[in-house]
Write a protein that binds this ligand. Structure first.
Ligand code: 5GP
Ligand code: ZN
Length: 119
């Protein structure tokens, strides 16, 4: 299966093993690893192995992929022990919303109280 890696993409490099990451779960089409700058006791990024720019293009191109990311996030939440207490999934979509890495990722945040709205 062809995975369209982008040479200049940090998360593609993590998928290829060219940049180290603390991987917590590997799926057929996904990878989950700890955020380098955690904002909660559990802060894991769940990404597709293939390069997809953001949640908007993922939904347009392959809705099944988003399903799989949400399923993988649930499995990580269970193994991290935050499934019961609650966790937050965030897809920052576009630079105006704080997206800095343009390879689709779900932030999985848990292990502390999370305010809403986030601000
Ligand atoms: P965004 O702001 O695009 O939604 O989130 C990007 C996330 O990637 C940030 O939370 C940031 O801490 C994380 N990040 C940036 N560089 C690295 C890295 O090299 N390794 C890991 N594990 N996380 C990273
Ligand atoms: Zn990429």
């Amino acid at each position: 299966r062809c995975v369209m890696a982008q040479d200049d993409c940090l998360f593609c490099k993590i998928v290829k093993g060219e940049v180290p990451a603390e991987i917590v779960r590997e799926g057929e089409r996904t990878l989950a690893f700890r955020d380098i700058n955690p904002q909660a006791p559990t802060h894991v990024l769940v990404i597709p192995r293939e390069h997809v720019r953001d949640a908007a293009s993922a939904a347009a191109a392959d809705a099944g992929l988003v399903d799989e990311i949400v399923r993988e996030a649930r499995a990580v939440a269970e193994s991290e022990g935050v499934a019961e207490t609650g966790y937050r999934l965030v897809f920052n979509t576009g630079s105006g919303a704080g997206q800095t890495v343009f390879h689709l990722h779900a932030h999985l945040l848990g292990g502390r109280g999370l305010n809403w709205p986030p601000g």
